[in-house]
Design a protein around this ligand. Sequence first.
Ligand code: XIL
Length: 366
Amino acid sequence: MKLSRVAAVGALAAVALYSITLQSSADNASTESHQPPSLDQSLRELAGRNDLRIGTAVDFDALTSDAPYRERIASEFNSITAENVMKWQLVEPTRGQLDFAAADQLVEFAKRNGQKVRGHTLLWHNQLPVWLTDGVAAGTITPAELRGILRQHVIDEVSHFRGQIYQWDVVNEVIDDNANLRDTIWLRNLGPGYIADVFRWARQADPRVKLYLNDYNVEGLNAKSDAYYNLAKDLLRQRVPLDGFGAQGHYGVQFGFHSSAEVRANLKRFEDLGLETSLTEVDVRMLMPTDNPKLQAQAQGYSVLLQACLLSKRCTSFTVWGFTDKYSWVPGFFEGEGAACLLDENLAAKPAYEELRAVLALAARR
Ligand code: XIL
C-alpha cells in the first residue's frame, strides 16, 4: 500500500514536471529567444523561432497506448493532425449518430501540450461511411438527399470543433492524376459545384478557421498543380471562402524530388492569389530494405520541402504524416516500401530528422 502510494505520487510528480517542461517549451516556441539556435533543440523549439507550425499526423490507438510515442509528439511538435479519427467513416459510422469521442481526446491532448490542431478532412472519396456509399450505390440515397447529407456532415463537424482547429482540409484529393476533377460519388451526383458548396458550409459553421484545398503530387509545377491553381482562382472569383492550399508532400526516394526553388515557385503562385500555404502530409518512402544512401536521399526529400516552406512568405505549417516508422501507413499501402518517417521504429533519429533540425536552425539564425 505504502509503496504503491509512493509510486503513484512519484508518477504524478513526474507528470506535473513533464507538463511544466512542455509548457515552457511551448512558450519558447511562441516568443523570440535570444539564445542562438542549437541542434539540441526540438523541432518545435526551432520551428517556433521561424514562426512555423511543425506538425505530425497522430495515430489515435498509439496515442492512447504508447507513452514514449505520446511524449515524443508533445516534445517535438506544435501542431497535430488526426490521421484518421476526424474522417467521416470514423465520426459517423452509423447514420445520424455522431461520435467525436476519439477526436475530442486528440484535441484535449493538443490543448494540454500547447499545440494547434489541423482538421483532416471534411470531404474525401475514401474512408466514407458504408451506409453512405451503399445507399448511393443502391439508389436509396438520391442526389438531392446526398447533398443534404453532405451539408449536414460539414456543418456538424465544423461546428463541433469551432474555435479549436486552425486549418481544415475542406476538400481532399478532388483532382485526379490527369488533372481533371476526380470521378467520385460527389462529382457524379452533385456536379462540380459541390466544391464551392462545401467551402461555404464550412465557413458558415466556423467564421475564423482557415479553409484549405489539399492534394498529393502538387508540390512542384505540373499539370495537376496548374489545375489547382485554376480551381483556386475560379473559387476566389466566385467569392468562395478559400484560405489555403495544402500540398501533401508524399515523396518516394526512387522517384527523386523537386528542387526547393520549384516548390517555392509553386507555393508562391498560390500565395500571390492571397492564399496561405502548408505542407500537410510529408513523408519520404523508399524501397525496402533501407541503406545509408537511401536514408541520405530521404533527408534530402524532407529538406527540399521544408526549405521551400521556409522560403515562402505565407507557408504556415509543415506536417509530417507520422513521425516514426513504428506506425507509418506506408508499408500497408505501398508494397515493398517503408521507412518513410523521421524516426525509426525505436524512435531513434534518422538523418532526415537531423536535417530538418539543421534547416530550421539555419533559418532561425540572425
Ligand atoms: C491514410 C492513413 O494514414 C491510413 O491510416 C488510412 O488507413 C488511410 O488514409 N492522403 C490523405 C490521408 O489525405 O488521409 C491518408 O491517410 C494518406 C493519403
